[in-house]
Design a protein around this ligand. Sequence first.
Ligand code: GN1
Ligand code: MG
Length: 373
Amino acid sequence: MTQGYEQNRLQEMLDPVGRTFRIPGRLTAAEEIRMGNINRTYRAEYTDGSGIVSVYLFQCLNTYVFKEPVHLMENIEKVTEHIRKKSPGGPCLQFLYSEKEGIKKNYLIRGEEFWRVSNFIPSVTMNSGTDPEVIRRAGQAFGGFQQMLSDFDASLLYETIPDFHNTEKRYRDLKDAAEKDTAGRRAEALEELSWLLQAEEQACLLTRLGREGALPLRVTHNDTKINNVLFDTETFQPLTVVDLDTVMPGLTGSDFGDAVRSAANYTEEDSTELSKTGINMEIFRAFTEGFLSKTSETLTDQETETLADACFSMTVETAVRFLEDYLRGDVYFRVRDGRHNLERARCQIRLAQDIREHLPEMREIIRTAKDHG
Ligand code: GN1
Ligand code: MG
């Protein structure tokens, strides 16, 4: 495919969306941002009559994953408004509105597609293998995010994906997928299945404690992959936390564990170099100190004591989800090829094994950080 052809295709797709949101000027450049495993994201440049360029972020939501996108957008509107009040002047995603016959909407439904458009925040994102100081700031950003939402009324939020971090339910789904074996892939995944099954009880600890009421329900982000923090391109200071599609009532440990799983792995989450995969304790320490510097005063003892276990839970849960999707024939996550979900699952299993060996050391780091937080 030539570049010109690709440009035309993107512009033809985005132009009518931009017009609905009454973006001034002409669409002069567009590119897909290949980040995120669920939605499709594009960067679009508009040029006005005097040559001034403005940049926007277009997203086409995955409505297989998000069944009620209108409710999801209502959630985001409420949450971003709350955050804007708490940190006025800080950069924040702001969605554009269309207006038809007096009705304002921050989305556009076009055939099967669900679109939204926001301002584009010039920034960089991090993956694993980043400088610990930058990761410490990411910990502060996610901890601060949770802190800002601590007085947000959870009953105002629609549950965009029910049971999202219910590890027990994730296991039931995995077993169902393995039993049905619709894609005929089970034989390829026997070793992974058997490892995950022996880890089940330990992995479900967080969910069980939540279910029993031993851990408080808070308003959490629920998708704290490290690349969901935007950093300033020069100073590497965090600008804002993005990807608010799954902000829902949840457990602190889910946010902490998911962030550790993505930031403190020596490799990317889908690496096939499994001998290198494992938990980088220097990064873990930095993230923990950053996160607890913002949250330690509000966390209960039980929450703090289970943060290390939460890293194990979230890593295993992610492996369970990748393997389930592999067995179902790649219906949920975007994949590079037919092995991708299996490779992702293997990498998360390897990381979980390494986390299990480091749990005592991780607990000690959390204790020390809490005392100094
Ligand atoms: C998905 O699209 P992205 O990368 O933000 C997924 C997360 C997983 C992650 C694994 C709504 O997030 O839960 O941890 O992939 N988001 C959803 O890479 O399922
Ligand atoms: Mg996401």
